[in-house]
Design a protein around this ligand. Sequence first.
Ligand code: GDP
Length: 476
Amino acid sequence: MKILDDTIAAISTPLGSGGIAVIRISGPHSIVVADQIFSAKTRLTEAESHRAYFGKLIDPDSAAHGNYQNSGFLDEVVVTVFRAPRSYTREDVVEISCHGGYYHTRRILELLLKRGCRLAEPGEFTQRAFLNGRLDLSQAEAVGDMIRAKTELSLRAARSQFQGFFSERIRALRQQLLDTCSLLELELDFAEEDVRFADRSEIQAKLASTILQVEEFLESYRRGKIIREGAKLVIVGKPNVGKSSLLNALLKEDRAIVTEIPGTTRDVLEEQLSLGGVLFRVVDTAGVRDTDDRIEREGVNRTINQVVEADVVLFLFDGSEEFNHQDFEVIQQVLQVRSSPESQNFVAAINKIDLPLLIDKQEITGWLPNSPLVEISAKNLMGLERLEAALLSVAFGKEGVILNGEPVVTNLRQKEALERALSALKLALENLARGLSAEFVALDLRNAMDCLGEIIGEVSTEEILGNIFSKFCIGK
Ligand code: GDP
């Protein structure tokens, strides 16, 4: 665990040039240290909380050396003091808004470090907010998600989690278990007398209901993951059906900010587009087809691997030709790796409808009976909205995309903790049915409660915290 009683500092805005930059300091000495380099009518030690003060930043050392040219002057700044506990970290916090600029801001930061502040680690301000009880762990995670959000929906999900709706749901589940557990534990206190306070069938019913709620919550993960990380879309079809043309058409239609964000890492083989507020990661694939050519076969293998991992597979057909064996082979190859009905998140699209239609739709619906079929022209940008709607509906399944602040499980950590809680609950139910004593069942329930507690950070280890906060940027 990091030391909590020291004072940390970091540049909280992105490094580089900018109109202004903010340097943040948090900890018991933050006000005193900032005061040493700040010159204004009011001393920061006397400053009111939550008020902005205009003044000069001075390097006291260079002023002391009688450098009359600048008398230690560094910048004109605005400083805000947030006195504990009314601050982001619940400690004394000082924020210095100075002019932006890589070298300039570093210079100010160094001055603070020289005066006893320690450089904050990634996410350390938020970690302190968590450790001091201002945010719970899932809210702290949501801060990171808000910063990283690339689409409207992922931002909305992160906001909802930040507001605590997700934690509320977890707390409610935990409370249900605590109530059940208390009944069982009360019995243990009277073990000698061999009493049974709790009606076993009532406890069973309560547990079954909690299990159902956890299962339902877990089901939201598929949606939650897509909202947070985007849906992986693979376009398959024989050569020349228009896969590349379609990808380009979609990219052209989509004025997505995602591709414009500097520093966004983009796989060369992957294009990102935002359709209906959802990020689609489109794998740019060569045609899936049988081939004897070794190199090409590797290309196809890669495509098949992509097909296995896809959240949505889009089959493209050429409407200006008859359905042929090449189309059939593409379908067969995909069906081979996605044979179960629940893995068949497929959309079918007939392309080139600007040309006379020769394809027989029934050939397609015969092979892909449960998939929506839309007609488009990648060249003339026709039918793209219908295609978008079909992709969204298949990506999200029957529950739909709608996200009105209702909590969804968005990350793997939460999902895994919920799964562990679920198995502990199922074990409890089993042990009840087998007539095991209250002691054992209570233990299973405590176990499940701990798993839920991990999600909101009521039970946490250094490893869990390290994993979460190391992914943050410095200064957050
Ligand atoms: P890919 O091999 O599946 O990636 O196919 P391409 O995107 O390279 O397209 C093959 C050919 O079909 C190109 O000459 C495209 O201009 C043409 N094409 C693609 N979409 C359409 C369309 O909607 N209508 C027409 N008429 N031609 C299209």
